[in-house]
Ligand binder design. Structure first.
Ligand SMILES: *Cc1c(COP(=O)(O)O)cnc(C)c1O
Length: 362
């Protein structure tokens, strides 16, 4: 079966040598290897306000804290995402207000978001779902007009760009995840990108119990609530080695995605996604809408190709029942969306086989 997701790890000889060195160095907590990875990664994205953490969820939590989100506030978010996007909002005690999606992309609809802004809205959580940038132009306008920060959950969209600049440069808060099945894994980990030094310094304190690592324990005075969210030298070492191979890995996702954009045009019962102007997706999953989805999935599976919607719409979880609202576009999208494999493990012959199989019908 060609899987939908698969973890890439660098060649054993290279990675194990580096891991052995750090594991037995006597220093495995947050140290030089973490600084190195942050440096390497911030260069890759092109933004120096880059803070490593132990998960994408931790990065989201810090972003929400910096937006001042507290119990009783509202955060507008999308149900078309992986659960952590929304469980982390719940963690702050804020109420989630569901925005509907743009049918053409599956991402949060700026117009619907705008109609749901109230005095209580403290942040907008927008997910670059499956690797496709959100409507950056419109969300930047909303951010400016209402002075409500957008948190860009780019856990699926490492390497995606807008106007030739990678995600991580467009909003005050962008997060990435290095969890096992994402584009780049450090086994587990995450990154938070910020827009200025002040926010960066605050985020750094929150990452480490509220303690300032530049002062001794005895000179420290904890004045903000912090958490144990830092990355350690082991995960960071995996990250730095991964980055050396990443252009090739990312390139394979994008090349396969573009191949499907062409090869799957004009097929009966199949609708491709659209991308916003100047957006370059990084195709973590290849998303499309199909009629008779159950039959499509069965047909693909009988040909050894995994196809699935992967995520359950988040608004149906009972923990979010107070937020229940009518989302006609999500309802309709939810009947037809499906992903097909498009990552680094999908070879040229595989992608041709996938396209040919779909063209035969279901
Ligand atoms: C994976 C993921 C996260 C959280 O990442 P972790 O590193 O697993 O905490 C957040 N948002 C989305 C959309 C994700 O897919």
């Amino acid at each position: 079966m060609i899987p939908l997701v698969k973890s890439y790890l660098p060649p054993k000889k290279v990675l194990m040598k580096r891991l052995e060195d750090v594991l037995y160095s006597g220093y495995i907590a947050q140290g030089e290897a973490v600084d190195q990875f942050e440096n390497d990664f911030s260069k890759f994205i092109g933004n120096k306000y880059c803070l490593s953490v132990n998960s994408g969820s931790s990065a989201l939590h810090i972003a929400l804290i910096l937006c001042g989100v507290k119990e009783g506030d509202e955060v507008i978010s999308t149900p078309i995402t992986a659960e952590p996007t929304n469980t982390v909002i719940a963690q702050t005690g804020a109420k989630i207000v569901w925005g509907d999606i743009d049918m053409k992309t599956g991402n949060l609809c700026p117009k619907d978001v705008e109609s749901k802004i109230t005095k209580k809205t403290k942040a907008i959580m927008a997910v670059a779902y499956a690797g496709m940038p959100i409507d950056i132009k419109r969300f930047k306008e909303i951010e400016k007009k209402y002075k409500i920060p957008v948190i860009e959950d780019a856990a699926h969209a490492l390497g995606a760009s807008y106007k030739k600049q990678k995600l991580g440069n467009h909003f005050n808060f962008t997060i990435f995840s290095f969890q096992a099945i994402k584009h780049l894994t450090t086994i587990d980990g995450g990154m938070l990108f910020l827009a200025n030094k002040k926010q960066y310094e605050k985020a750094k304190l929150i990452r480490w119990f509220g303690l300032d690592k530049n002062k001794t324990r005895f000179k420290n005075n904890i004045s903000v609530q912090g958490y144990k969210y830092h990355m350690n030298n082991i995960n960071a070492t995996v990250g730095s080695v991964q980055l050396k191979y990443f252009d090739k890995i990312l390139g394979a996702y994008i090349d396969n995605g573009k191949y499907f954009d062409h090869a799957l045009k004009n097929i009966d019962g199949l609708e491709l996604m659209e991308y916003y102007d100047y957006s370059e997706p990084s195709y973590w999953l290849y998303t499309m809408k199909v009629k008779k989805r159950a039959r499509f999935i069965k047909m693909m599976e009988s040909n050894g190709i995994m196809a699935s919607p992967l995520h359950k719409r988040n608004d149906v979880h009972s923990i979010f029942k107070q937020s229940k609202t009518n989302l006609p576009n999500v309802d309709s999208f939810n009947k037809e969306w499906v992903h097909i494999p498009c990552g680094w493990w999908v070879a040229h012959k595989d992608r041709k086989f996938i396209a040919d199989t779909i063209k035969k019908g279901w």
